[in-house]
Design a protein around this ligand. Structure first.
Ligand SMILES: C[S@@+](CC[C@H](N)C(=O)[O-])C[C@H]1O[C@@H](n2cnc3c(N)ncnc32)[C@H](O)[C@@H]1O
Length: 295
């Protein structure tokens, strides 16, 4: 059983009775503002950092509309003693401090108790040694009922609580930040924009980089000539099939040039889908030459 938190969350006032808001105080409530909305529970030592950039623009609007919900939860609420200590020195010595398993365990259990029992609800610890976050993972997470994210600080979290609560480790990239909060925000941003109705134009999520395993083709807008540089003629032709073909060739060329890892996966996928080899990839090299030069 989970011990009640030291400062119990405010109770729900009934479905839809609480107006969705971007204000951190209201977002601290541990109940979804709209029944069934995708929900992010964020365990952090710095709840005041949220919603931060997630409260602006399209995601902030969707938050206001209750299309998703955000519950930052202060890990310190689950600490005991006068000083509410959340960390201790590393076993075996070494620099820094480690987040205590008892405190993190109670925080994770509280999250487990406040989400629907049978929910599809991944529990993630943001960590540089985790599985690299990518678009496929964002799509998968957007299709879940919600997620719980644990933001680390100091040297990280005691391994036993990660093992005991079967927490998945997810990394934002091969670099080390001071805490998991920015990583959690990036993960939430990339995920929430894939929830239907969050983006004004859902097609943009379907056509952008990584959605088809390729980087996106370059964009242009008016004026037609800027500092002597022209928009590629095909884009002004009004010929939709040719434009689509050009964009696909550009996407392949860019991917081949900048991301050999993605390119290899794309070629392998094309080969597996077309074992006869009749369908050919665009001539990515030629396409790259066609792309307007950059400085
Ligand atoms: C200073 S880091 C700890 C780094 C850890 N000692 C290591 O070497 O792997 C503190 C916290 O920041 C977060 N963090 C740092 N870099 C991250 C990354 N690339 N992806 C996700 N989270 C990260 C994690 O939550 C981590 O527990």
């Amino acid at each position: 059983m989970v011990s009640p938190p030291k400062s119990p969350p405010q109770k729900s006032h009934g479905r839809l009775a609480v107006t969705p808001s971007r204000q951190p105080r209201v977002l601290m409530e541990d109940t979804p503002q709209v029944a069934g909305a995708w929900r992010a529970q964020v365990l952090t030592l710095f709840p005041e950092m949220f919603p931060g950039p997630l409260g602006g623009s399209l995601l902030g609007k969707a938050l206001d509309q209750g299309l998703w919900a955000l519950n930052p939860i202060d890990i310190r609420r689950f600490a005991e003693g006068k000083h509410r200590t959340v960390d201790d020195t590393p076993a075996g010595g070494g620099p820094g401090m480690v987040m205590k398993p008892d405190v993190v365990g109670r925080a994770l259990d509280f999250c487990a108790d406040t989400r629907p029992r049978s929910a599809d609800w991944p529990v993630i610890y943001l960590s540089p040694r985790g599985k690299p976050f990518d678009q496929a993972m964002a799509l998968r997470l957007s299709q879940a009922d919600g997620i719980t994210m644990l933001c680390g600080r100091f040297e990280g979290v005691d391994q036993r609580v990660l093992d005991a609560r079967r927490v998945q480790e997810v990394s934002l990239g091969d670099f080390v930040m001071t805490g998991g909060e920015i990583a959690a925000m990036a993960l939430i941003d990339a995920t929430v924009r894939l929830i239907p109705r969050v983006l004004g134009n859902q097609a943009s999520a379907e056509e952008e980089s990584f959605s088809a395993g390729l980087l996106e083709a370059p964009h242009y807008t008016r004026p037609a000539v800027w500092e002597g540089r022209e928009i590629p003629e095909v884009l002004l032709s009004g010929h939709h099939a040719k434009i689509a073909e050009w964009r696909h060739a550009q996407a392949e060329a860019l991917t081949k040039e900048r991301r050999p890892d993605l390119w290899r996966a794309h070629v392998a996928k094309a080969a597996s889908e077309d074992p006869t080899g009749e369908a050919e990839l665009s001539d990515a090299h030629t396409s790259a030459q066609r792309r307007p030069e950059k400085d």
